[in-house]
Design a protein around this ligand. Sequence first.
Ligand code: SAM
Length: 263
Amino acid sequence: MLSYQHIYHAGNLADVQKHALLAWMLSYLTRKDKPLTYLETHAGRALYDLSDATAEKTGEARQGIDKVAGWFAPDHPYSQVLQELRETHGPRAYPGSPLLAAKLLRPDDRIHLAELHPQEHSALDLAMSPYPVKCHLSDGFEMAFALTPPTPRRGMLLIDPSYEIKTDYETIPRQIAKLNRAWNVGIIALWYPILTNRAHIPMLDTLAANHPDALRHEVRFPPARPGHGMVGSGMFVINPPYGLATEAQNLTARFATLTQQER
Ligand code: SAM
């Protein structure tokens, strides 16, 4: 049985990188007056309360969004969703990726989310109930294969696994290659951890060989706890939208200030 729960990590520095880039891409895609599809394989519960004892226990949000919210201008789509959500749900609310999508996309856009954990799926369903989205209680890749290529064809897929199954690092490049063949115009974004044991490296080597034009963005940050194996996070984006590289560079400069402070 899966044991990962994102509430322990919500709003941490990895979420900041992933959610800032995701919000930017979704906002960019809505500049064109044409509907799009957003698919997400590993949705989580969408709405997080950072004052929850579980979140407080790890303190990851304190080192994350609490510390760096000021990096983002008020008109950045990530700041806008954060502010809007907090007006409704209180100052410690935090949006997961499904809520970023629901708030940034338009009524004609299609959103399909997969979450395999029954409790997380129920919470997701509840959080997303005000929005016209479909929450699938299913394996994320099964949902993605069943729906690609989607209608409308424009759009993106976010893959944000918890990497609880160690073979994920081997299987993900094959699954992504298959999805890319089925939906060659779709943006496919994969989040991955940067680990001291380098478990992510062979996966990245295969992805880079299979998709030489993809954008690979990595940031480093101090481990959440001394000795913790995750020391950074990455996003691998196939068919990156124009301007994403610049947005990513801005984030790189911001994250560099965190590790400079450590020296
Ligand atoms: N994408 C979310 C966000 O940024 O707000 C966080 C998702 S969290 C990293 C990963 C989620 O995937 C967990 O809620 C876990 O229960 C779920 N999960 C794990 N294996 C899955 C699978 N095979 N299919 C769908 N969901 C899965």
